[in-house]
Design a binder for this molecule. Structure first.
Ligand code: HMG
Ligand code: MG
Length: 302
């Protein structure tokens, strides 16, 4: 299949990138990160999570973050909502898109949201119905689609089954997530292909954590089977507190460098993103986590 001419990038660093940080990050820095990202041209920024603050303390200021950002017209601000309580808070906060999040692995579902896959579907159905009735965009994340830190192998049929349920709920997009970054291109192609047999590829995205350095190859493999939405995080920040050994999402800078080089449009200002990555890394007192971002920065300083 021909590669896409353009790709939609969902920037997830304010949520996935920061949720795993142990030291509390100020609301002001989170707000600045989101504002810088929207100014750089991202049309979809995953801003925060309306989850239990006992489970993910870093996201406890979700309402404040949403109240303080400067909304750029045309930018979709997404938030995670595990249940109706989260949905109501998200609606109050004027989120544009809510994200329900389930898994293809029973063990991970229990660890992350404290219920079975079947229970999670029952819990998501009223959230999905309420979101659609309110005219909000609805997205679903499907974790452990390529492997699970607790159960290991995850059958493709389990991924397809959950993706189908999400599609039936009316999700505009379904994120096929490599929570622990173990997928390799052949498997990624197989999983994505199987999912596209039940859900139109225009509704599917790839959410790759880069733990084993496979994400760029996996994005290319996904594009080869018709996927054109990907999640990325500046400087490769990220990880899930409930996925043992998970590291950050694929770095936005690296993905943009690859897509720009291939002539695939994103509408995003690469130079601005390199600066955001360096700035955010400095806020966290660490070196930049993007190969492309660090190379460009070194060249600028030379
Ligand atoms: P639970 O303990 O089973 O739920 O947690 P509960 O209903 O018994 O509630 C426990 C307490 O949380 C109660 O407070 C509730 O009010 C409160 P208490 O009475 O004890 O004071 N509560 C909430 N507070 C605020 N907002 C809410 C909310 N819901 C309940 N929405 C629950 C179940 C789902 C709430 C919990 O397990 C949870 O919050 N899990 C989220 C964990 C998380 O944030 N994980 C990371 C995000 S997912 C991810 O990173 C993967 C992804 O990137 C894709 C990939 O890479 O795979 C998306
Ligand atoms: Mg993730």
């Amino acid at each position: 299949m021909a590669l896409p001419n353009s790709v939609k990038i969902v920037e997830v660093s304010p949520r996935d990138g920061l949720q795993n940080e142990k030291a509390m990050i100020s609301t002001a820095i989170k707000v600045e990160l989101i504002n810088r990202l929207s100014q750089a041209g991202f049309k979809n920024v995953e801003a925060t999570s309306f989850v239990s603050p006992k489970w993910t303390p870093q996201m406890a200021d979700a309402a404040e973050v949403m109240a303080q950002i400067t909304r750029r017209p045309g930018t979709i601000y997404s938030v995670l909502t595990p249940n109706i309580k989260g949905f109501e808070a998200a609606r109050e906060a004027r989120a544009d898109e809510v994200v329900i999040f389930g898994a293809a692995s029973e063990a991970f579902s229990q660890k992350n949201i404290n219920c079975s896959i079947a229970e999670s579907i029952d819990r998501f159905e009223p959230v999905a119905a309420a979101a659609l009735a309110a005219g909000l965009r609805l997205r679903a994340a499907l974790s452990c689609a390529f492997g699970c830190p607790y159960q290991g192998e995850v059958p493709i049929a389990d991924v397809v089954m959950v993706a189908k349920r999400f599609a039936e709920m009316g999700c505009h997009e379904i994120d096929i997530a490599d929570t622990i970054g173990v997928g390799t291109p052949t498997r990624v192609r197989e999983v994505m292909q199987a999912v596209t047999e039940v859900v139109d590829p225009s509704r599917i995205s790839g959410h790759f954590h880069d733990t084993y350095g496979q994400s760029l190859a996996n994005i290319l493999a996904s594009m080869e089977v018709g996927i054109s939405i990907f999640h990325t995080s500046v400087s490769g920040l990220g990880g899930c507190p409930y996925a043992k050994g998970a590291t950050g999402n694929v770095a936005t800078e690296d993905v943009l460098f690859m897509l720009n080089g291939m002539g695939i449009e994103t509408g995003i200002d690469f130079d601005a993103v390199v600066e955001i990555g360096q700035w955010m890394s400095a806020q966290l007192n660490r070196a930049g986590g993007s190969r492309a971002g660090n190379a460009i920065t070194a060249k600028r300083h030379a």
